[in-house]
Design a protein around this ligand. Structure first.
Ligand SMILES: CC(=O)N[C@H]1[C@@H](OP(=O)(O)O)O[C@H](CO)[C@@H](O)[C@@H]1O
Ligand SMILES: [Mg+2]
Length: 554
């Protein structure tokens, strides 16, 4: 280390003592960063700022991102998440260090880690961190705290990108490090232009259906609705109405609204009612990285027909497959060999997995959390991933995009040439966020595909029928006593629990059940599926009782 006892250590000590870690603090980076009551977050946020700057130093000064958000959680909560230089989630290898630092009273852990990682601090290096926050009241203060943490690494620069959706910041970091345009205006231009382009490529023989233009979006009273209002005038062939838009006085962030609420409760969000029967509706979460769709079923009911992440994934898969099948059809002699893969988690509805497998697709499973799905999807030329709760995107490999570009340049407009199909795939790769799941860009792709297929919401819903499912949370003494394998679908510890689950499952037609410790809450999650709602509930309850008995209910 160039400057072990000098100004670097002093700067770190100064930052650490500004925001001391309370006794007994146990922050854990979890599935998606540190989250807690916003008023208690400053020590973890300051240290996350230090980690982000250090990560940038480690990556030779590449831009790294830091976003202040607690996503779909209540407005009083807040959180912090680090975006790696490729625009994805922070390298998992750094999570244990982030945990150690978030809970460490002095900078010694950091100095030791820097040494172990071969990072020279205090020397001639540079680091840059792009910062953003959502609309939470504690956001401005915590952003300032993060800036102080970043500044504690000598030579680092913090750039405040403003109030953004989480996916916008991921996109900016990715673009900046690729030497591409990376401002918010550039983001808007890219998604509105590629959306327009995709619509121009819809088959000529299919006219525009008036009803299909109308879309009502529940913005969860968060940042997504505000951003959508900004780009709405530039979206052709779409008549969007934003409710729970995030404008002053309209409602409280995530309270009885938003993608998490709609997906879990399967009821109408606030602001929606009988007049919306028959209209296509979409819902974002508080930081606009989750998307689900729904329909108001009848004027007298508050329940909704839900289109979750699994069905969004299925729609995208069908569209992409259609283009690939034509490009590689027998007249075109396999012009574009493509490794096409689909990634799901154990929470994917069994009916969706069956539907995808029946299409002859490769479906693979990972643990819960976007960081796992994303990594797996990167292994394909085109990798589509979604969590049932609406996090997901479609990834196009760089080499594949180059092949696609040269193919479109070679193909003519002559009848029978699959030029339009190739152009559609290219426009899709431009529209859908390549860094992370993005409710706005995902929604625009859904809208373009529905127009392409001329499908109503009902056509989409009817792709397959979800198996009834039930999720329960069980509070136990130590949730980490549960260890899972096989993408969390089987328990290996404590011994005997999996056998008990298996014994319950065989009693149910279409029965499936698994348990895992949550990465974001202090609970064990139980998920069950069966052929009826009552059966799914009964299976979940029986397994929850086994969990309580074996792990000790608290
Ligand atoms: C069942 C479920 O919805 N789990 C969510 C939840 O993770 P848990 O580890 O299950 O708490 O939060 C994650 C972060 O937002 C999200 O990626 C994941 O899908
Ligand atoms: Mg979110």
């Amino acid at each position: 280390m160039a400057d072990p006892g000098g100004s670097q250590r002093t700067a770190l000590l100064a930052a650490a003592s500004l925001f001391p870690v309370p006794d007994g603090a146990t922050f854990s980076y979890g599935t998606a960063g540190f989250r807690a009551d916003g008023s208690t977050m400053a020590p973890a946020v300051c240290r996350a700022g230090i980690v982000a700057a250090l990560r940038s130093v480690k990556l030779g000064g590449a831009a790294v991102g830091l976003v202040i958000t607690a996503s779909h959680n209540p407005v009083g909560d807040n959180g912090v998440k680090i975006v790696d230089a490729d625009g994805g989630m922070m390298s998992q290898a750094w999570e244990p260090f982030s945990d150690a630092l978030a809970n460490a009273p002095t900078p010694d852990a950091l100095l030791q880690f820097a040494k172990d990682e071969g990072i020279t601090l205090g020397g001639a290096h540079s680091a840059q961190v792009l910062l953003a926050r959502d609309t939470r009241p504690t956001g401005e203060y915590l952003l300032d705290v993060a800036t102080k943490g970043i500044s504690a690494i000598v030579g680092s620069v913090a750039l405040d990108m403003g109030i953004l959706t989480t996916p916008q910041l991921h996109w900016m970091v990715r673009n900046k490090n690729r030497g591409l345009k990376a401002s918010e205006a550039d983001y808007f231009t890219q998604i509105t232009e590629s959306f327009r382009h995709l619509l121009e490529l819809t088959p000529d023989d299919k006219g525009i259906d008036e009803l299909n233009e109308k879309l009502i979006v529940d913005g969860a009273n968060g940042i997504g609705g505000l951003k959508l209002e900004q780009i709405k005038p530039n979206l052709a062939r779409l008549d969007i109405l934003v409710r729970n838009s995030g404008k002053e006085g309209e409602g409280i962030l995530n309270e009885r609204c938003g993608a998490d609420f709609v997906q879990k409760e399967k009821v109408l969000p606030l602001g929606f009612g009988p007049n919306d029967v028959g209209v296509r509706c979409a819902s974002f979460d508080g930081d606009a990285d989750r998307l689900v769709y729904f329909h108001v079923t009848s004027p007298s009911k508050t329940s909704v027909d839900l289109v979750d992440g699994d069905k969004i994934l299925s729609l995208f898969v069908l569209f992409i497959r259609e283009q690939l099948d034509i490009i590689n059809g027998k007249d075109n002699k396999g012009l574009l060999p493509t490794r096409f893969g689909v990634v799901q988690t154990a929470y994917a509805n069994g009916a969706s997995t069956e539907f995808l497998k029946n299409l002859g697709l490769e479906v693979v499973f990972t643990s819960t959390g976007v960081k796992y799905l994303h990594k797996k999807a990167l292994e394909y030329d085109i990798g589509v991933y979604f969590e049932a709760n609406g996090h997901g995107t479609v990834l196009f490999n760089d080499d594949f995009v180059s092949r696609l570009e040269s193919l479109t340049a070679r193909l003519s407009e002559a009848a029978g040439s699959p030029q339009k199909q190739a152009l559609r795939l290219l426009a899709t790769s431009q529209l859908i966020n390549q860094a992370v799941g993005d409710a706005i860009s995902g929604m625009l792709l859904v809208e373009a595909v529905l127009q392409h297929k001329r499908w109503s919401f009902q056509n989409w819903c009817d792709l397959y029928t979800d198996l009834p499912s039930k999720q329960l949370k069980v509070k136990v003494e130590d949730r980490t006593a549960i260890v899972t394998t096989d993408a969390e679908r089987k328990v290996c510890q404590p011994s005997g629990l999996q056998e008990l689950i298996d014994k319950e499952v065989v009693n149910y037609s279409h029965g499936r059940c698994f348990v895992r410790p949550s990465g974001t809450e202090d609970v064990v999650r139980v998920y069950a599926e069966a052929s009826t709602v009552e059966a799914a509930e009964s299976l979940a309850k029986s397994v929850a009782r086994h969990v309580e008995r074996i792990l000790g209910f608290c």
